[in-house]
Ligand binder design. Structure first.
Ligand code: HEC
Length: 148
């Protein structure tokens, strides 16, 4: 007689396997959620960072840019623009941001344009603070290159 899997064996595999996968899923979810406050660098979220985030949304920067991979692929990723254009120094980056935002749109032919938003100096500094804060989120070294 050939060995056969009985109905109750199949049931045990189904329920046992299901429960096992569910427990792993719950464990990993708990582990991830527990790490969020530290990885997102929440303590450094100042009022200026929050203001910068609201300006980011109001002006639809994400309609052209990605931030940590989310958004549109028309313009450069900005999750790491602090490292790319500010050499990870806040003063350097803020002066880059003031210059960059004021100079738009660049009069360079055949180059994608960024609009002029007419933001105040304080608003640009807040956007810079938001981008600095974002660059310090622990993303497991993502994006992989400084240019993207
Ligand atoms: C209509 C599309 C568009 C919108 C909306 C937009 N940008 Fe841009 N942005 C661009 C393009 C295109 C470039 C690249 C231009 C170039 O290199 O000449 C760019 C470049 C940048 C850079 C420089 C990136 C680098 O690596 O040098 C920064 C910083 C930036 N944008 C910030 C912002 C912020 C902040 C907002 C929202 C207030 C915004 N952008 C909204 C199109 C856009």
């Amino acid at each position: 007689m050939t060995e056969r899997i009985t109905k109750s064996m199949a049931k045990n595999i189904y329920y046992g396997g299901g429960l096992f996968a569910l427990l792993i899923f719950a464990g990993l979810t708990f582990d991830t959620v527990k790490q969020i406050p530290e990885r997102s660098n929440q303590v450094a979220m100042t009022e200026s960072v929050v203001h910068g985030k609201s300006l980011w949304e109001k002006n639809n920067c994400v309609g052209c840019h990605t931030i940590l991979g989310e958004g549109a692929y028309y313009a450069p990723e900005l999750g790491n623009v602090f490292k790319r254009r500010g050499a990870s120094d806040a003063t350097t980056f803020k002066s880059f941001m003031q210059g960059w935002m004021a100079a738009q749109p660049l009069a360079i032919p055949d180059r994608r344009k960024m609009p002029q938003f007419n933001l105040t100096e304080t608003e640009v500094n807040s956007l810079a603070d938001f981008l600095i804060w974002t660059s310090k989120i622990d993303t497991n070294e993502w994006p992989p290159t400084i240019e993207g």
